[in-house]
Ligand binder design. Structure first.
Ligand SMILES: *Cc1c(COP(=O)(O)O)cnc(C)c1O
Length: 394
């Protein structure tokens, strides 16, 4: 195909080639299109099973999943939540919506997730333990209550180390696994079977499985899920219009859950294709001394929501030049997430120094990774990247 007629290859678009249409039609014939219905229960059971937990609650987005997990753990006004700066803005937004505040930390250069050593030093040097056992920030007096590690682009977090740190300082753990459906610990343990308090997912259109828009919380404690179900569905008690709390309408509909069930049925094949795509990009990067695949730490099995490579060289103009080249080749390569400490709403947030996030974010290239990406398109992406990097010295 000539460059001008070739359609743009997108980063990640929904693969709806399974039973999606069939299950959506069932919603129409049954008239169960709203927030009650068999697909909601079925999808919740499947998400719980995948997470190694007894129960899960499906909701209308990943952002509210994170928010309600915090609120159900009674985190809110006057509280601080440790979170990495290298994440999508939904992470700190969810913390803010709960009325707590994010305390932003840099990521580790080894795995691009929350730098736990840095967190530990910050806790020891910047908080003081009160007689009530709570740790307060020395300058603001806010109580450090939780830690929210992020599985950035699906990359596994060392949850055993997070849980150990949390136990040392009495913190709750809410995992932003928005992009990490299918990611497990190295020994096969599901994310919810690691001692964390809650695991939150997103089913936005670009995620590995999608419900159009949606999210879920999985938790080992069924009472936590019960509280989330209650506040996400108006706080209704009994059959009449009686409500016991100021609650939300954050439910997932049966229509969305029908998509979710059809998607989850194909999760294994989605993950297999994601891994093939990842392996092709890793093999490409291996030919260049200044390109590296995204990290794959030994403590987990990455679900590879996104894959690609990053530029380790020193020429600051290269990343934008490569993105321009790829768009000219009809590959939709856009800049990666700008870290949160650089975003206007969070410029005044408590934050560590950010040498790793500041260095990394412009150099990360997430490449097309839809699960139905054709081999022909994948070949084109790799050939197009080669046409750029083979002309570069460093
Ligand atoms: C996608 C994503 C979210 C947000 O989920 P929504 O469903 O869009 O609200 C949150 N955190 C991370 C890390 C994500 O990748």
């Amino acid at each position: 195909m000539s460059p001008s007629t070739r359609p743009m290859i997108p980063l990640a678009v929904p693969n709806l080639l399974g039973r999606e249409g069939e299950l959506l039609a069932e919603c129409i014939t049954s008239t169960f299109v709203s927030s009650v219905g068999p697909f909601v229960d079925d999808f919740e059971a499947r998400i719980a099973a995948l997470s190694g937990t007894e129960r899960a609650a499906v909701l209308c987005s990943g952002t509210v999943a994170l928010q309600l997990a915090l609120e159900a753990l009674e985190i809110g006004q006057g509280d601080l939540v440790l979170a990495p700066s290298l994440t999508f803005i939904a992470t700190p937004n969810a913390i803010s919506h709960s009325r707590a505040r994010p305390w932003l930390m840099d990521v580790s250069a080894n795995d691009w997730t929350l730098d736990l050593q840095l967190c530990r030093e910050a806790i020891l040097t910047q908080t003081v333990a009160g007689a009530d056992g709570l740790r307060r920030h020395r300058d603001t007096g806010e109580v450090l209550r939780a830690i929210m590690p992020v599985m950035v682009m699906g990359a596994v977090v060392d949850l055993d180390a997070v849980v150990a740190l949390a136990r040392e300082f009495g913190l709750k753990v809410v995992v932003d696994a928005a992009a990490a459906i299918g990611t497990t610990m190295a020994d096969g343990r599901a994310l919810g079977a690691t001692g964390v308090d809650a695991v939150c997912y997103s089913f936005n259109g670009n995620k590995t499985i999608t419900t159009g828009g949606g999210g879920a919380v999985a938790a080992a404690d069924p009472a936590l899920i019960q509280r989330i179900k209650h506040v996400s569905s108006t706080g209704r008690v009994g059959a009449n219009y009686e409500h016991d709390v100021i609650a939300y309408n954050f439910r997932m509909t049966n229509v969305q859950a029908a998509l979710g069930v059809a998607q989850v049925e194909r999760l294994d094949s989605f993950l297999a294709r994601k891994r093939q795509i990842r392996d092709r990009y890793a093999a490409f990067a291996a030919d260049y001394p200044f390109l590296e695949p995204f990290p794959e730490p030994e403590f987990g099995k990455n679900g590879h929501w996104f894959s690609g490579f990053w530029y380790t060289g020193d020429d600051a103009a290269r990343p934008d030049a490569f993105r321009d080249h790829m768009r000219g080749e009809r590959v939709d390569l856009r800049p990666f997430w700008m870290p949160i400490h650089l975003q206007p709403p969070y410029q005044d947030a408590l934050a560590s120094a950010m040498p790793v996030a500041d260095h990394l974010w412009r150099r990360i290239f997430p490449l097309p990774c839809s699960t139905h990406l054709s081999d022909e398109d994948l070949d084109h992406v790799i050939a197009a990247a080669g046409r750029y990097w083979s002309t570069v010295d460093a």
